[in-house]
Design a protein around this ligand. Structure first.
Ligand code: FES
Length: 252
């Protein structure tokens, strides 16, 4: 049950030219809004890397807002359109982590929409209050496992393979959306699982298949499949033996 006293912490990435000025106008016009929000000024929503949104949650935010210029008004032409695409797949990762995608919100606010900004913050705080605190803050084994998965997702989003495939959707190439989503989903799964294994090896030293399976909660077959791919790309190597099983270490 959500505690009555729960006050969500919202990280808000606001575009300098529109939403940030809108927030400023809300303040000078005395449109009240809850103090739960921490504003991070960026030059364009296009500057908000997908890892920033996950990092905000990882660092304890209960919700994340990205707010910028209305479609067609971006000072850098396509930054907000790129952000819209990016937000879609970050929401998908949040879902894969078992968290509520509603923790992430994208809204367009112009410099003259101070009142809209204050209404948005009130609404977002209400939504997050209903959802409850960020599960990473719950403590215990489940939160620890979620944290591992979150860290792996952040690393996966930095990986060349995922960046390349996600980048395709942002440069305006005509693609079959359904097929593209299926491919992205499968690569996302793979990369997150592989980085869970890599981070476990980095943290605990060389590990056997059985040990990796216990830490990551992947089946030994899944671990083996990733080991083959990771070895082929040179990201891990075989370094010894323990209890009649090979041990592997990360090389990246
Ligand atoms: S300049 Fe505001 S969203 Fe790009």
């Amino acid at each position: 049950m959500v505690e009555k006293s729960f006050e969500p912490l919202i990280a808000a990435f606001c575009c300098n030219w529109c939403a940030y000025a809108g927030a400023d106008l809300a303040g000078t016009s005395r449109f009240e809004y809850p103090t739960n929000v921490r504003i991070i000024r960026v030059m364009c929503t296009g500057r908000v890397d997908s890892t920033f949104m996950l990092l905000a949650l990882r660092l304890g935010a209960d919700g994340v807002l990205v707010s910028g210029c209305h479609p067609g008004d971006c000072h850098y032409l396509r930054g907000n359109y790129m952000m819209e695409r990016r937000l879609g797949y970050v929401k998908r990762i949040i879902e894969l982590l078992g968290m509520e995608p509603e923790r992430l919100r994208l809204e367009w606010i112009s410099a003259g929409e101070g009142e809209k900004f204050s209404a948005l913050i009130r609404d977002l705080v209400g939504t997050i209050k209903k959802i409850g605190p960020n599960p990473l803050k719950n403590g215990g084994i489940e939160a620890e496992y979620l944290m591992r998965k979150m860290d792996a997702s952040i690393e996966a989003l930095k990986s060349q393979r995922l960046r390349w495939v996600l980048g395709i959707s942002q440069v305006g190439i005509k693609i079959d959306e359904a097929r593209y989503k299926a491919v992205v989903d499968s690569i996302m799964h793979d990369e997150i699982e592989r980085y869970m294994m890599i981070l476990a090896m980095k943290e605990k030293g060389p590990l056997t298949v059985k040990e990796m399976s216990q830490i990551t909660k992947l089946t030994p077959t899944q671990v083996m499949r990733h080991i083959i791919a990771l070895r082929a790309s040179g990201m891990i190597k075989e370094v010894g033996e323990r209890e009649h099983q090979y041990t592997y270490a990360a090389t990246v």
